[in-house]
Design a protein around this ligand. Structure first.
Ligand code: URA
Length: 239
């Protein structure tokens, strides 16, 4: 990539400012001052210095975390609650959650430092499937399952048709699986409450084709590049 773009991506300056910095002779590539704006660099093999300091572009990383309840999906919390970043402490890149799970919700949460990827995953236009398992109060009836399936009238509008399956129930509680592709705030809890069955506990069990298989609660794994590619293809395919 062009040297100015590299410097901009590394957060040194805007692309235009980076060009100015290069012209001023403040940038070295492999030990030599470079002032030509057309200089191309390879982040894997070239050593780039700005005012004598090595400049590194963060590699993109993609993490699949099995979030326990009791962690907030944010990089910091004004109330001092534990954040999901504490569960991925050893990762040095500046990652953040892709969308959010509520404080008390558990399950599959992605984290990355790739802003473009994040936008693709959370943009309402791209409709990525998300699967939840909800433990709700009371014995849920067939007609209530039908309402959840067809669309629930929430204060921010009707929900889109959803895949709804009853897993088990008794007189006190029911377990249902919901497949939704919208990502509204507290959507599953609001849907269940709207049909008279408040959520007692909630877990996200799948995000597109990704599941929690092999990842214990509180643990994480890196996504493979082909998984990242597939997620991006799915999002773009939905356009
Ligand atoms: N729906 C909710 O209500 N909460 C979540 O954390 C995720 C989806």
């Amino acid at each position: 990539m062009r040297l100015a773009k590299y410097l901009a991506q590394a957060g040194i300056a805007s692309r235009r400012q980076a060009e100015e910095i290069i012209r001023m002779g403040r940038v070295k590539v492999n030990g030599n001052i470079v002032t030509e704006l057309i200089t191309l660099v390879d982040s894997k093999t070239d050593s780039i210095e700005y005012d004598g300091k090595i400049v590194g572009v963060e590699q993109h990383v993609y993490i699949l975390l099995n979030k326990p309840p009791g962690y907030i999906s944010a990089v910091n919390d004004p109330w001092g609650r534990a954040t999901v970043l504490e569960l991925v402490g050893e990762i040095k890149e500046r990652i953040y959650p892709v969308g959010r799970l509520d404080y008390d919700t558990e399950g599959l949460l992605l984290l990355t430092n790739d802003g473009k990827f994040t936008n693709l995953m959370i943009h309402p236009r791209y409709n990525i499937d998300k699967k939840y398992e909800a433990y709700v109060a009371g014995r849920i009836k067939d007609n209530e399952l039908m309402i959840l399936r067809d669309g629930v009238d929430l204060e921010d509008g009707m929900t889109a048709p959803a895949g709804i399956h009853l897993i088990s129930q008794n007189d006190r509680a029911s377990i249902i699986r919901l497949l939704i592709h919208e990502g509204r705030k507290r959507q599953v809890k609001r849907m269940c409450a709207a049909v008279g069955h408040p959520v007692i506990s909630l877990k996200r069990v799948a995000f597109a084709f990704l599941t929690l298989e092999g990842v214990e609660i509180g643990k994480y794994r890196y996504l493979q590049q082909d998984e990242v590619n597939r997620l991006q293809e799915i999002a773009l395919h939905e356009l």
